[in-house]
Write a protein that binds this ligand. Structure first.
Ligand SMILES: N[C@@H](CCC(=O)N[C@@H](CS)C(=O)NCC(=O)O)C(=O)O
Length: 204
């Protein structure tokens, strides 16, 4: 079996989906969670793009959340059955990413005035965006795309807790029960369930 190490920080964010994909694929891996301070600064210059996550497979490095997720999705038969389905997966993940990036920019903003302004703008946009994501799930029998389990479901399920925090919506899954259902679906897959039972707990 390949020697696999995933480098990220002590968080789920958009990377938990990669961890659950590896678990789904039955791939043993070292789950290296770096400290954001000195340890990261020492490590950073040796990464392909100066950012994490980095997945190392037998010495070859792979970077960025979605490219890695898609790559593993392909490896494990989770990219749909044809180009049309693969497109729908990418399209819907891109849409979710737009919302995630908007929310995380605001969440990590340090200037209180800018943050407040962004929060006001976001409050106008989030309901329609979340409704659209909910409609995706309804249209796809509870999956993100293609009416079947794909890497997009792992990506979304893995970052649901993170979304609650950055959207500042602890009641997100009360408002959108379908979001919880997709997470339950992914986390009830036996290999994912077994991995998650031993994984460190983090809030986001
Ligand atoms: N689009 C990239 C974003 C990578 C990124 O910005 N990662 C952050 C953590 S989520 C990081 O490495 N921050 C530390 C730094 O930039 O020094 C991806 O999907 O991986």
């Amino acid at each position: 079996m390949s020697k696999v190490t995933l480098y990220y920080f002590q968080a789920k964010a958009a990377v938990e989906g990669i961890r659950t994909l590896l678990a789904y694929g039955g791939q043993e891996f070292e789950d290296r969670r770096l400290e954001f301070g000195e340890e990261w600064l020492k490590f950073k210059p040796n990464t392909p793009l100066g950012t994490l996550p980095v997945l190392n497979i037998d010495g070859k490095e792979y970077a960025t959340c979605l490219a890695i997720s898609r790559y593993l999705g392909k490896k494990y038969g989770l990219i749909g059955d044809n180009d049309e389905e693969a497109f729908e997966i990418d399209q819907n993940v891109d849409y979710i990413t737009d919302m995630r990036q908007r929310a995380s920019t605001t969440y990590w903003e340090r200037d209180e005035e800018i943050k407040k302004k962004q929060q006001e703008e976001n409050a106008k946009l989030y309901p329609a965006m979340l409704d659209k994501i909910n409609a995706m799930l309804e249209k796809n029998d509870g999956y993100i795309a293609a009416k079947k389990l794909t890497w997009a479901d792992f990506h979304f399920a893995g970052m649901l807790d993170y979304l609650k925090v950055i959207l500042q919506m602890p009641d997100l899954t009360d408002k959108y029960p379908a979001f919880k259902k997709i997470a339950e679906r992914v986390y009830s897959i036996p290999k994912v369930k077994a991995w998650a039972a031993t994984a460190p707990h983090t809030e986001l």
